[in-house]
Write a protein that binds this ligand. Structure first.
Ligand code: GLU
Length: 464
């Protein structure tokens, strides 16, 4: 019987939602949605010292922002300790796990001796029960760890959804610690019990976990649990070809939200980073779900490309309803210290400038001139507000005082002024832009001016 597709994302709440984890979440989510399955969010919080509620909140907010809705969860590992203990009890009883009383000093000595003999360091199995073997006497006062009794020989193999067939010989695998001396079970064990209990059928995760998978498969088998399929997604490299890391720039979803990227753009860009559907670069959430069948995942590391992300974001900004942009811009303007309210006027501003912006931060930078004084540069003033143009600026200002304040009347006033002073459009338009907008390039000047209050325009032209 084929099982219903169930995928999961299992972030550790020790920081923001990392872009790599967000991409894995996206693949897991899209895969579940494509096959009409379910997507589970599990919080791997057994690293008690580093896990925080704040991080959980950030991760949930980023998932929500990206629109990655989950059918179950968040499920917290720390709330499942009793279940892990019960399974450990069963494994100890079945002989697939055993107590090991080696002290840290003993383990160090073991490794040193192996190094001296030129051997690869490994746990030598001194507490591993074998038929007919006499174990050392249990020492006093040493809290034991629990180790998994790995199969002694043979291969572990799986058909990785991304990397293809992978085979490891069991002789290369140590008996893994599955419960620490403090009684807390370790990642490789909890993840198996969880994936089993949660009936996970497909595990997508970063390829830093590929070395853990043989252990996990052996534990699944020891428990008689059905194996999920695994897909290990290559790392994301930064612009400089090194692994994307905090030191190399923004790595969290939150940082991109703050930097003015739209969730649909992040979703599109992240999905394409490591996966393809023909030559498609721009696709909607629905198309992604329709196309994401687990094929065409790239085997090689993906390269983060800030310019491409900006291009994708610009595409979505152009398509976004002005009223939606306006609410985002209010938040961005606030970061610039400007209070603006959403409404018709802001909507019109967004509609006028959205075609030239890669982010909502850029949009806010454009719109700031409508809410705060501008500071034209000395070069722009010298280049465009010349003695030849100044009298025309004065004429225009006077005309502006007496017209209806709308785009056609503004255009007509400019035309009359040009005729009266025998000037060309760019000469006057540049001067007006520098004075009113603080920069020489803008969309069509009549459209730009219409969105200012008349008095503000006249006051700024006064400074010529
Ligand atoms: N907590 C692990 C991580 O954040 C999850 C690994 C897994 O998906 O199995 O890397």
């Amino acid at each position: 019987m084929t099982r219903k597709v169930r995928t999961r994302i299992a972030p550790s709440p020790t920081g923001f939602l990392h872009l790599g984890t967000a991409r894995t979440a996206l693949y897991s989510w899209a895969y579940a949605r494509h096959y009409g399955g379910e997507f589970v969010l599990r919080v791997e919080d057994t690293d008690v010292a580093r896990s925080t509620q704040d991080s959980v909140d950030q991760i949930l907010a980023s998932m929500h922002w990206l629109g990655l809705d989950y059918d179950e969860g968040p499920i917290y590992q720390m709330q499942r300790l009793d279940r892990y203990r019960a399974v450990i009890g069963q494994m100890l009883a079945a002989g697939t796990a055993y107590h090991c009383y080696c002290t840290p000093d003993e383990l160090t000595a073991m490794r040193e001796a192996q190094k001296e003999r030129g051997e690869k360091t490994h746990y030598d199995g001194r507490w591993r029960p074998e038929p007919g073997k006499v174990l050392p006497p249990v020492p006093q006062g040493v809290p034991p760890v629990v180790r998994f009794r790995n199969p002694p020989g043979g291969d572990v193999s799986w058909d990785d959804l991304v990397k293809g067939r992978i085979t490891i010989n069991n002789r290369e695998i140590d008996d893994l610690i599955i419960v620490r001396p403090d009684g807390v079970p370790t990642y490789n064990f909890c993840v198996v019990v969880d994936d089993w209990d949660m009936a996970i059928t497909h595990v997508f995760r970063g390829d830093e976990h590929v070395n853990n998978t043989p252990w996990q498969i052996n534990i699944f088998n020891a428990l008689g649990a059905p194996l999920p399929l695994f897909g290990h997604v290559p790392v994301i490299l930064g612009d400089d070809g090194q692994k994307l890391s905090k030191r190399r720039g923004a790595v969290s979803v939150t940082a991109y939200e703050e930097a003015g990227f739209l969730p649909e753009a992040m979703l599109n860009y992240l999905a394409r980073l490591g996966w393809s559907h023909g030559d498609e670069e721009l696709f909607s959430r629905d198309q992604l779900v329709q196309w994401f069948d687990g094929q065409h995942l790239s085997k090689s590391p993906a390269q983060w490309d800030a310019a491409k992300l900006a291009w994708v974001n610009a595409h979505y900004i152009k398509q976004t309803d002005a009223a939606v942009l306006a609410t985002l811009v209010v938040a961005q303007l606030k970061r610039l210290g400007i209070e603006a309210t959403a409404g018709d006027s802001l909507n019109r501003m967004c509609a006028l400038y959205r075609d030239r912006c890669a982010t909502t931060v850029e949009l806010a930078q454009w719109l700031a001139m409508y809410f705060a004084p501008v500071n034209p540069s000395a070069e722009d003033l010298a280049a465009h507000v010349t003695d030849a143009v100044r009298p025309a600026v004065a004429t225009l200002r006077d005309k502006f005082a007496g017209i209806e304040w709308n785009k056609p009347s503004i255009a007509a006033a400019i035309k009359e002024t040009l005729a009266a002073h025998a000037l060309k459009m760019p000469q006057l338009a540049h001067a007006v832009r520098v004075l009113v907008c603080g920069r020489a390039q803008t969309p069509s000047v009549d459209a730009v001016l219409e969105l200012f209050p008349r008095d503000a325009v006249i006051a700024r032209l006064q400074s010529a």
